[in-house]
Write a new protein. Structure first.
Length: 290
C-alpha cells in the first residue's frame, strides 16, 4: 500500500480501534424512607456516559465534588473511584457503559481530557443517541437474522457517541505523542494481555523489542508513566474487575485467569487495590442500579 506515513498510521489505528465494552439502560435512583441515596466508593471497569434527568445529583470524583443538574451530561472514567449522592429528589440516569481501545488493549479515552460534567446541549445529544441505542438493544425481534443487522447499527451509533465525546474533549498533554509510543509497544502489550495467567518475565518483554532489560524499563516508564511490573499488576486488576462484573466465573477461576493459582493471594491482591474483597465488588456491580 502506497501513501504517506500519516496514512499508514491512520490505517493501523483503524484496524486496532474497537468497542471493547458496552452496556446501556435507563435507571431510576431514589430516596429510601426519607434518606438520600448514597453509594459507597465505587470503581467500574468501563467508562460511564449519561444524561441525568430530574435530580440534581452530587458526584465526588478524583477528590473533587460536582453538582450535576437536570439535563447535563455526566462522564465517569473507567477505574476511577467515585461516590454519588442524591440531593433532594429522585434522578433518572440514561446511561451508556463503554470502553474503546486502540492497539488492542489501550483505552482510547485515557488520551482525552473528558469533562466530568457537560452542558445541557451535550446531555441532550447523549440522551438522543442513548435512546436510539437502547431501543435497538431491547427491541423484540422475530427474525434471528436481524441480530447481526442490529449489532451493526448499535456499533455504528456507538462510534457516533465516540465522535461526540471527542468533539468536546481536548487531548491530554502528550496524548498525540503517546500514540506512536503505543504503536511501538503493541507486541509487548499483546504479550502481557495473553499471558496474564502466567508469570511474566520482564527480560522476555525486552526481548520482544530487541533491547536490553534496563533500556526496556526506561522506555516503558517514559511511555506509560509506570514500571512494567506496575502495568502488569494494573492489567491483572482491570481484567479481574471486568470478569467480576460481567461473568459468572468463580473467584477461583478468575484468580487463575489473572495469574494466581489459589484464590486467597488473589483476594489479598484485589483488596489491597480496591479496599474490598472480590465477592463484595461483584455484589456491588450486580446491585448498582437496584
Amino acid at each position: 500500500m502506497k501513501g504517506s506515513p500519516d496514512a499508514f498510521r491512520l490505517v493501523h489505528l483503524l484496524t486496532t480501534l474497537r468497542l471493547s465494552e458496552f452496556e446501556c439502560g435507563t435507571s431510576t435512583l431514589g430516596t429510601y424512607r426519607g434518606k438520600s441515596y448514597y453509594t459507597s466508593i465505587r470503581v467500574q471497569p468501563w467508562a460511564l456516559l449519561t444524561q441525568i434527568t430530574d435530580g440534581p445529583v452530587q458526584i465526588t470524583l478524583h477528590h473533587e465534588t460536582f453538582i450535576v443538574n437536570p439535563g447535563q451530561a455526566l462522564y465517569i472514567p473507567a477505574n476511577q473511584p467515585y461516590t454519588l449522592q442524591l440531593i433532594d429528589r429522585d434522578i433518572v440516569s440514561h446511561w451508556l457503559n463503554l470502553n474503546f481501545t486502540i492497539f488492542e488493549h489501550f483505552p482510547l479515552l485515557d488520551l482525552l481530557d473528558v469533562p466530568y460534567v457537560s452542558p445541557v446541549s451535550v446531555g441532550n445529544e447523549v440522551r438522543r443517541l442513548q435512546t436510539q441505542i437502547n431501543e435497538l438493544v431491547h427491541a423484540e425481534r422475530s427474525d434471528p437474522g436481524e441480530l447481526l443487522r442490529t449489532a451493526g447499527l448499535v456499533k455504528q451509533l456507538m462510534y457516533v457517541v465516540l465522535e461526540l465525546i471527542m468533539s468536546f474533549s481536548p487531548y491530554k498533554s502528550g496524548g498525540i505523542e503517546k500514540i506512536s509510543k503505543l504503536q511501538r509497544f503493541q507486541p509487548v502489550l499483546d504479550y502481557i494481555e495473553s499471558h496474564l495467567h502466567e508469570k511474566i518475565i520482564i527480560s522476555q518483554l525486552a526481548g520482544l523489542m530487541f533491547i536490553s532489560t534496563s533500556h526496556f524499563h526506561k522506555e516503558f516508564q517514559e511511555a506509560f508513566g509506570v514500571s512494567p511490573l506496575q502495568y502488569i499488576q494494573s492489567q491483572r486488576y482491570k481484567k479481574a474487575q471486568s470478569l467480576l462484573a460481567t461473568s459468572d466465573l468463580t473467584i477461583h477461576e478468575i484468580a487463575n485467569r489473572v495469574g494466581y493459582e489459589q484464590p486467597f493471594p488473589f483476594i489479598r491482591f484485589f483488596k489491597s487495590l480496591y479496599g474490598a474483597s472480590p465477592g463484595l465488588y461483584r455484589r456491588m456491580m450486580i446491585e448498582r442500579f437496584n
